[in-house]
Design a protein around this ligand. Structure first.
Ligand SMILES: NC(=O)c1ccc[n+]([C@@H]2O[C@H](COP(=O)([O-])OP(=O)(O)OC[C@H]3O[C@@H](n4cnc5c(N)ncnc54)[C@H](O)[C@@H]3O)[C@@H](O)[C@H]2O)c1
Length: 397
């Protein structure tokens, strides 16, 4: 593809992620000085109601209801998927075959089989692929990645990762996220996907074995939804009186081993009352340790075990210093904190860097990389179902 000054983006899906991505593609030009600009070319959704308002609000030039027409539009350079998991594969493959770059929401797919087809399509294409593991671009997490890479933790011995939410009580209707055919899994693909990616990213290591896993569904039936899903859970879902079956997990816990020898525990739950978006990790090494919780996203806790013994203690680093902490120099002065949405804008800026032939500020997940996370998710479910350890070697690579 010839070098260009701008990239025409087509956003697919205008729900929760549709809003974060629309915001990111708009803000990236204003704040991040990208080497090529993002043009908000087309917004696409299979639901047309309110599309005109949506485009006006977020700055999209036009709306298209038919995804195939977006792929056939020679003006579109990048297809950005913010649709439910079951449709990632068919959309990504169609877009790649049409020569488009693809940025796909996480998890890569609902199933390993779909994810494998996506990786194969990416291998056959000259286009670039990206997966929105957006938390990599939270400055404190990106900084944790850099500290580990610089050897500050020594050899990593323990990893504890958790992603606890509490929104999914009985009042929430049967959205696509509770349907195995549409989502693949529940808290597992939704939340464990993030912390598997995050710990792979921060430690720089791969998970080699799942030693045991437990999956549970507490709420087995929910009210069916009324109408369509555009706007998603954030926009409020309408429910009917008739009930339907929940076919995914509410919580999945597992134990694992990392390639560098560390042992690890992972916890994902959607009904961990009081934990609204407690997404984080504790990583203990021979020279130091780190702790992070997204509910206090600017802060990284660091323990330096090489410091004078009398002075050792946990340090709370406020990761808001441009020049020291990744991505921050694109935003505000020290301690003028950024939020959830900035992680997406930071990712949009790195996508534009890569499309311009430059290096991202910290590594991005592409389809190959996100496939490794998908293999871990698959191994965990196999371990939970068969009630036995599973080596990653058993899972299609
Ligand atoms: N990176 C993150 O932190 C994060 C957070 C939430 C969701 N996600 C992921 O983003 C994806 C979307 O989740 P969401 O919460 O935005 O869902 P959502 O239900 O809020 O929105 C999905 C949108 O896709 C549209 N859609 C469905 N089928 C379509 C089709 N065939 N053609 C065009 N549009 C279609 C729906 O109408 C809706 O507007 C999922 O893969 C999810 O796992 C990622």
């Amino acid at each position: 593809m010839a070098k260009k000054n701008s990239i025409n983006v087509a956003l697919i899906g205008r729900g929760f992620m549709g809003r974060t991505h629309s915001n990111a593609w708009g803000q990236v030009n204003r704040f991040c000085n990208p080497p090529i600009k993002a043009v908000l070319h087309t917004a696409c959704d299979n639901v047309a109601d309110g599309a005109e308002d949506y485009c006006q609000t977020w700055g999209w030039q036009k709306f298209e209801q038919d995804f195939s027409k977006v792929c056939k539009d020679s003006k579109v350079d990048l297809v950005d998927l913010g649709t439910p998991n079951y449709i990632h594969a068919s959309m990504a493959i169609e877009a790649l075959q049409a020569g488009k770059h693809v940025a796909c929401e996480k998890p890569l797919a609902g199933t390993l089989e779909d994810a494998s087809k996506m990786v194969n399509a990416a291998r056959k294409s000259k286009a670039k692929t990206f997966v929105w593991y957006s938390y990599r671009r939270c400055p404190a997490i990106a900084f944790a990645h850099q500290l580990v890479k610089a050897g500050k933790l020594g050899d990593i011995r323990h990893v504890r990762a958790f992603y606890l939410q509490s929104w999914a009580d009985e009042s929430v209707p049967l959205a696509w996220r509770f349907d195995k055919k549409l989502a693949g899994s529940g808290a597992h693909g939704d939340l464990n996907a993030h912390i598997v990616d995050m710990t792979r990213f921060v430690t720089g290591q791969e998970i080699t074995e799942i030693s045991g896993a437990i999956a549970e569904t507490f709420i087995k039936k929910r009210n069916k939804m009324v109408g369509n899903v555009a706007g998603g859970i954030a926009a409020g879902l309408q429910k009917s009186q008739s009930m339907g079956n929940v076919t995914v997990d509410d919580t999945v816990l597992f134990l694992a081993r990392f390639s560098g020898g560390a042992v690890a525990s992972f916890e994902a739950a959607r009904q961990a009352t009081g934990n609204l978006n407690r997404n984080g990790f504790e990583i203990n090494g021979t020279k130091g340790s780190l702790m992070f919780n997204f509910e206090r996203m600017a802060e990284l806790q660091y323990f330096d075990a090489t410091a004078d013994e009398g002075l050792r203690g946990w340090t709370t680093i406020n990761c808001t210093h441009g020049g020291s902490h990744p991505f921050v120099d694109m935003w505000w002065p020290d301690a003028h904190a950024i939020g959830y949405e900035h992680t997406f804008t930071n990712m949009a800026s790195d996508i534009l860097r890569v499309l311009a032939g430059q290096k991202p500020i910290v590594p991005l997940a592409d389809f190959e990389d996100a496939y490794q996370t998908q293999r871990v998710l698959e191994a965990v479910m196999l371990s939970a179902t068969k009630k036995r350890p599973v080596k990653l070697k058993e899972i299609l690579n």
